[in-house]
Write a protein that binds this ligand. Sequence first.
Ligand code: AMP
Ligand code: ZN
Length: 186
Amino acid sequence: MTKNKGSWSLALLETMKDPLYRVISSEIAVVIKDKFPKAKYHFLILPYEDIPTVFHLTSSERHLKLMDELELLAKNVVEVTGLNSNIFQVGYHSSPSMQRLHLHVISNDYNSPCLKTKIHWNSFNTKFFWDVKYVHKEIRRNGKVNKPNPDISKQLLATELRCHKCDFRPKNMPELKQHLLSHITC
Ligand code: AMP
Ligand code: ZN
């Protein structure tokens, strides 16, 4: 059976309920493992409230509380891994494909079989990825965060590959993935 766009974009709602994917939760949000992790550790933090995307967040009391909670859960799940917080990136895709607001918490090894394409890489390693502090500050200041220009998002995802830890410019994804292993120390 083929799924239409509407149904696959709602798949996170199913995973939120699956105890196999739940890591930690609070009264208002839950941390799940990403089903197609793009690094050794890749979590998504989602509110129970039906907020479709980051563009629906406002500076209302409820949303301000939620944003604090999302940041707290990000800190807590990093603690669960026992790893140093400086190896994690925490933020939003500026043009998300899945519905229900979700904050990514991802380790910067990018060592995963699910990391396959230039789009995957650039979605975490260019300005397509918005740091949580920037987004929440913008919402507090401006009452919302504006959608990016679609042409700019497209350009960011098409950026030439470049290692995030050194100046290496791989020709393709297999070369980048091989190179990334050289940055893994343990
Ligand atoms: P975004 O581009 O921010 O919408 O990212 C959506 C994330 O959801 C990606 O990292 C996917 O790997 C992940 N994902 C896709 N389908 C599922 C699913 N059914 N359960 C959990 N995570 C998923
Ligand atoms: Zn490198």
